[in-house]
Design a protein. Structure first.
Length: 132
């Protein structure tokens, strides 16, 4: 729990000068459920950074908003920017990407492209594929 739902100051496990590779866990609570076992089972020469938040998937240039256009606290532009910086800084890396990808165009929460006011599921799906 202590490494879940962070917007910044993500946990770093096995952060030593001997760390040859980095394993990044990026995703929603689905991915967070793997974090403890990954941290425990990974070889100690692998640095491990879990970046998970409830209901949040990293999709470059997107933010998550509620139906009434309010940003969610842990899936906003700051979160997306911080995740991207850590990906860029920790290369080469292994990235474990997780989460459920269900389009909810009829209400609830949406992922909107930054600076856009309309939900477009076709663009979202194409940009999601680019992120992977």
């Amino acid at each position: 729990k202590e490494c879940f739902d962070r917007n910044k100051d993500f946990c770093i496990v096995n952060d030593t000068s001997d760390s040859s590779k980095t394993v990044l866990l990026i995703g929603s609570s689905v991915g967070a459920s793997y974090a403890y076992n990954l941290a425990y089972d990974l070889d100690k020469e692998n640095k491990f950074i879990p970046m998970t938040a409830g209901g949040c998937k990293f999709i470059e240039d997107y933010i998550k908003v509620y139906e009434n256009k309010e940003y969610t606290a842990l899936c906003d532009e700051e979160y997306m920017t911080n995740v991207q910086k850590i990906i860029d800084k920790n290369q080469p890396s292994y990235i474990v990407y997780s989460g459920s990808f269900i389009l909810d165009a009829g209400g609830g929460t949406w992922f909107l492209k930054k600076f856009s006011s309309q939900f477009n599921d076709i663009i979202l799906v194409e940009d999601f594929k680019k992120t992977l």
